[in-house]
Ligand binder design. Structure first.
Ligand code: UD1
Length: 377
């Protein structure tokens, strides 16, 4: 076996960075061994620039030891069509110049589908990490991105059993599907040690809040369906304010939500609103919390591994194992249902979860192995 193998890892938005970090490290760690086998492995990082604020992007590169991107497309914000199109045009130039053997995309954001589609049309093989998840809600932009990316990917790396079933039901050949575990959990387990050992010291914003509050909840909210319209956000805010009477809430606010909260004149006591925080700060806050309230995908999985009860403020989840096996309550968006789930947790009756199979910190190693096998065969 000999030759070159060039792999481009694509990331664009906040939830992508913790997924490419373990892939980068796993591939980098193999370089020497592969060189001895006659394989010249090249790994590059492409940042589309979908997220660009320091606390939505750069802090994750620092926290997770990802090198500065080899290519930065600097596309920024825009409508879905505008953003996706800008990424495609810029990424096409990169693929034509660099000619990678594999483009690896992660998750379900606009950068994921934009780069997968661009690469595939240029005849470059595409690997999708976190394939097969389905909310069965085509009103979610992420669901559209997931289905389209999976339909054109050559290798599909899946986090949970439901993903395998979904892909097979959509007619994907089983030879392309690999149940490998969860790269985001690789990152979590790797970094938990830094927190537990005291090596990581939280910033003042997080450290001061956690020390003062002792028992607290963490909130995140950014889905367009929850925050963009007044009719959605105002009742949710009513439920959150009610919960805040029982427990202090720490709320790192996504930029899109920040604007809507101001526009609708929301606020009140018991909720500490701060700017988005970095990866390690967030992990520190969530690990120490009594409960998480969220509409994020990733936090449903992270809380399951940490054993922290999670109330998911959505009507559906593409991560059902976190409900059937983990600590997640899929509450929906009605204030009564959110209050009921939070009430059960706060009265000490939260369900005890288990960690799903293969969420063991080794998913990126499994993926690297499979990529190498396919890339060099
Ligand atoms: C995107 C993803 C979503 C993911 C979320 C995590 C898509 C379709 N959505 O949603 O799946 O859960 O990221 O955060 O890809 N903005 C800033 N600074 C930034 C980035 C964004 O101020 O660094 C503001 C801009 O006003 C922008 C808005 O946030 O228009 C939305 O950003 P965008 O990347 O379009 O979508 P997200 O809501 O972040």
């Amino acid at each position: 076996m000999s030759g070159h193998l060039s792999i481009a890892l694509v990331a664009g938005a906040r939830p992508n960075f913790m997924k490419i970090a373990p892939l980068y490290h796993a591939l980098a760690a193999r370089k020497e061994a592969d060189r001895a086998k006659g394989i010249d492995l090249r790994v590059s990082v492409v940042h589309t620039g979908q997220h660009y604020d320091e606390n939505m992007s750069d802090v994750f590169f620092r926290d997770l030891g990802i090198p500065a991107p080899d290519r930065h497309l600097e596309v920024g914000s825009g409508s879905h069509a505008e953003q996706t199109a800008k990424i495609m045009v810029a990424f096409e130039k990169v693929v034509l110049e660099d000619r990678p053997d594999f483009v690896v995309v992660v998750g379900d954001v606009n950068s994921t589908i934009a780069c997968a589609l661009t690469a595939k049309k240029l005849g470059v093989r595409v690997a999708h990490v976190e394939a097969g998840l389905r909310s069965f809600d085509m009103g979610m932009p992420e669901e559209i991105n997931r289905k389209l990316t999976d339909a054109i990917s050559d290798l599909l790396f899946v986090t949970e059993e439901s993903g395998v079933r979904n892909l097979l039901a959509e007619g994907v050949a089983k030879e392309k599907i690999f149940l490998v575990g969860n790269v985001m959990i690789d990152t979590l387990l790797g970094n938990l040690k830094r927190i537990e050992s005291g090596e990581f010291v939280p910033t003042g914003t997080v450290g001061d809040f956690c020390a003062a509050a002792k028992r607290y909840a963490v909130l995140t909210l950014h889905r367009p369906s929850n925050v963009d319209a007044k009719e959605s956000l105002v009742p949710l805010w009513g439920a959150i304010s009610e919960i805040a009477r029982r427990i202090p809430i720490f709320f790192p606010v996504h930029p899109r939500t920040r604007g809507k909260i101001a526009e609708f004149g929301l606020g009140g006591t018991g909720v500490t609103m701060v700017d988005p925080v970095g990866y390690l700060d967030m992990l520190y806050a969530v690990k120490g919390s009594a409960m998480v309230l969220t509409d994020s995908g990733g936090l449903q999985e992270e809380t399951t591994v940490l054993g922290v009860p999670c109330v998911t403020i959505r009507e559906n989840t593409e991560r059902p194992v976190t409900v059937t096996m983990g600590t997640n309550y899929l509450a929906g968006t009605s204030p009564d249902a959110i209050l009921a789930a939070a009430g059960e947790i706060l009265s000490g009756k939260a369900k005890k979860g288990r960690v799903p199979p293969l969420w063991d910190g080794k998913a990126a190693d499994r993926i690297a192995e499979i990529l190498l096998r396919h890339g060099t065969s």
